[in-house]
Write a protein that binds this ligand. Sequence first.
Ligand SMILES: O=C(O)CCC(=O)C(=O)O
Length: 262
Amino acid sequence: MTNMKTDPDQLDALSLQFEKQGYLILREFAPLPFIERMKASAMQDVATMREPLEYEADVKYPGSPESREGEGGKTVRRLRQAISRDPIFREWVCWPPLVKLLQKLLGTPVSCPLAHHNCVMTKNPRFSSDTGWHRDLRFWRFTQPELISVWVALDEEHLQNGCLQVLPGTHRMQFTEDQLDDRLFLDPDFFQNQELLKTVVTAQLQPRDVLLFHAQTFHKATRNYTDKTKYSPVFTFHGPKNSPVPGSRSAEFPELILPVQE
Ligand SMILES: O=C(O)CCC(=O)C(=O)O
């Protein structure tokens, strides 16, 4: 399959854009059959509550059910370990145009840690929650901060159903402790954060669109205010010069090394 996004000139331009913004949106990037298979698989696993799962009640964010035992307590937030659930997820992360782009951004070969993300986010309309401004790297331990997450839309994603919002350029900015709360979320009330928060970009997506974001890019999402669950597979990648810190949570699982694309 040919794809404009893998032409060398296009890759150069995308790489510059990613370095500047800390995120990229690729329109109509993922093939439709992948989208359909990923969605069918995710819907089935939510319907059958196939483990391993993260529940909304586990995260204790605004909007989360109080506990797993209370009302809405068994609402799935994340289908964990997606790559082990269905071959379609491995096919997606190994899809040559995606791998070529990641090789350009991270170097060759690209590795996909199985310890982080490697999931389908399932944003349920009745019991979902608000995730504050955060960097994914805050609780991850790698020798370098250079990791990229790839988020693919299986549904329309917009503000009403809790699409991601990003703060451009924050992957290269320094933040003081005062700007963060005790869970390392950016404090929206702190005066030094106010100007920055005006730069927000809403990642509105259509099915097949793909959002790439750096592990240091601040992002957030609200709960789902519609009446339909939103499914979003997300995987993280790093290049050959990066690795999980031995003994840390990031090293708890092996990594999938993506087949090299020439
Ligand atoms: O969809 C959401 O609520 C945000 C998810 C997210 O940012 C994360 O899991 O890191």
